[in-house]
Ligand binder design. Structure first.
Ligand SMILES: [Cu+2]
Length: 137
């Protein structure tokens, strides 16, 4: 009699454990799906060659699922895994090949080394001189 109760309890515990571990595995799957994000943002550029350079900067980068730039709207759409790469890192990569976003700017040197047709009109930079407004040196 005592033995039987023990058996039932044991079976119950095993059943509960397997339900639990099943729950964990589905949670992990959900997290992976949920961490794929699609963001759309503006990248300054001109032409089809810019498109190749901009998209190329994310080519083969870990965490990047999909990246496409539209030369008419200048909008970039990136699908990425937030666990592996952040939006800031993505914009930094784009800036590193010469293209500005509103948050991250390419260096003058990188911009100047772009082919002439690709030297797009850069967004206006917040002037540092403005910081000195209101007081005299
Ligand atoms: Cu171009």
């Amino acid at each position: 009699m005592k033995k039987n109760i023990l058996k039932i309890t044991l079976i119950g515990a095993i059943a509960l454990m397997s339900i639990e571990s099943y729950g964990i595995s589905t949670n992990v799957e959900k997290t992976i799906v949920l961490s794929n994000t699609t963001e759309t943002f503006k990248v300054y550029g001109n032409c089809g060659m810019c498109k190749k350079t901009i998209e190329g900067s994310l080519n083969g980068v870990k965490g990047i699922e999909k990246a496409g730039w539209n030369k008419e709207t200048k909008m970039m759409e990136v699908t990425f895994n937030e666990k592996e790469i952040s939006l800031g890192e993505i914009k930094t990569k784009i800036a590193s090949v010469g293209y500005d976003t509103d948050e991250y700017r390419a260096t003058k040197k990188t911009y100047n080394s772009l082919p002439g047709c690709c030297q797009y009109e850069r967004p206006t930079e917040k002037k540092k001189e403005d910081d000195h407004k209101g007081h005299h040196h």
